[in-house]
Design a protein. Sequence first.
Length: 226
Amino acid sequence: TGKPKGVVLSHESYTSGAIPRAQAVGYKASSRVFDFPSYAFDVTYDCMLCTLSVGGTICVPSEEARMNDLSGAIRSSKANMVHMTPSVARVLEDDIIPSLDVLGLGGEAVGARDAAIWGKDTSLIIAYGPSECTVGCTINNTVYESTGIGRGVGGVTWIVDPDDHNRLTPLGGVGELLIEGPVVGVGYLGEPEKTAEVFIEDPIWLVQGHASTPGRQGRLYKTGDL
């Protein structure tokens, strides 16, 4: 969001997220993944790499078909997995979603009604994650239970006071989402001050631990999402 920033990711951080993410989403050697997202968005590269990492097939449509005959392009490519926003999924022709093994959703909130309808015909996945945390850091593959963003994949999620990241938010309260773990990127290219603002280390509650959970050091990313 906002002005584009160059995010530096290491091979370690990407693979730490991509390998468990591919498993959670359901990428397989038999996957035929429709290359729908714009190349301006990070998710398209994640879809490509996750597909190739398991020996799957990337189905690349023409730009004309992608923009003007989406359902026809999915149908003719024999794709069985596609990732898109709920708004785009709503315009697909009736036979498309039942033909998919996996419908991945992200970029927008998923309505309970849409989830209930689509979930009858295919495996529904909700993914969330900023570029700063290797594109995808949470996966919800139990959408029939909840349409939230799911649990951390390749990392741990925390909720903190929006005004003080050294304070955890009480259960049920509204707070800022923080991501911890190897999926957290290196920082912003050539912007050390911006990096220091949102890539933090060793918040008090993490170092202190709690009850039977020992404290530890760690590096986290402040998403800005509540």
